[in-house]
Design a protein around this ligand. Structure first.
Ligand code: INI
Length: 203
């Protein structure tokens, strides 16, 4: 590659062809999460994904998203996953616990597995705010998550490809060394044997 002196910009294209997606959907506040799911599917399909490229898994609440997402990511079947949930602030501190543990769990799962997990868990004070973010006034966050899943899936493939290329080049230059070593160890016993044979004939 010829260097232009400018930093390389590596981005994933918004093309879902050939990518495999998993979607984990919380059933809690399904009135909202179903709309987010519809938005995510819309983004994937508009970008070229067929039904067979998408797997949908449902969990009881947002708190259960991380374990399901991690298990799915660990199968190696997906380029990226979308985590959909909606947590509404109530009177208790349960909201804070569910929000922070869900976010923490999803982040840990993507770092542990190396599979991008797009965080599409709405955390709102009111149902009205959630409705607005699920397609009414502020767009559909599920649609944005769908685009994020495509971009990250493509980006991961690009990074893996360039890493494999670099590893291949490195293996190519190192490969000469073990072969040479192997050749030396193969030749040596023959030379030693011939020397011994010559010496035996002289006697
Ligand atoms: N789960 C949600 O996804 N949203 C909520 O608003 C919510 N509230 O408010 O409690 C919620 N709770 C359930 C939680 O996610 C678990 O399913 C439950 O605690 C069992 O582990």
């Amino acid at each position: 590659m010829v260097s232009t002196g400018k930093p390389d910009r590596v981005r994933g294209e918004l093309n879902a062809a050939g990518l495999r997606f998993g979607i984990v959907v919380s059933q809690f506040n399904s009135f909202i999460t179903d709309r987010l799911l519809a938005g995510a599917l819309d983004a994937l399909k508009q970008s070229g994904a067929a039904d067979g490229q998408i797997e949908i898994v449902r969990v009881p609440g947002s708190f259960e998203i991380p374990i399901a997402a991690k298990k799915l990511a660990a199968t190696g079947r997906f380029d990226s996953l979308i985590c959909i949930g909606c947590v509404l602030r109530g009177e208790t501190s349960h909201y804070d616990v569910v929000v922070s543990e869900t976010a923490r769990g999803v982040q840990l799962a993507q770092l542990d597995t190396g599979v991008p997990l797009i965080f599409c868990v709405l955390t709102c004070d009111t149902l009205e705010q959630a409705i607005n973010r699920a397609g009414l006034k502020s767009g559909n966050k599920g649609f944005e998550a769908g685009l994020g899943a495509i971009e990250m899936g493509q980006l991961m493939r690009k990074i893996a490809k360039s890493a494999a290329l670099v590893a291949g080049i490195a293996a190519g230059s190192n490969a000469a060394q073990p072969r040479a070593t192997a050749a030396r160890t193969e030749v040596k016993p023959v030379e030693v044997r011939r020397g011994l044979e010559r010496r035996a004939r002289r006697r």
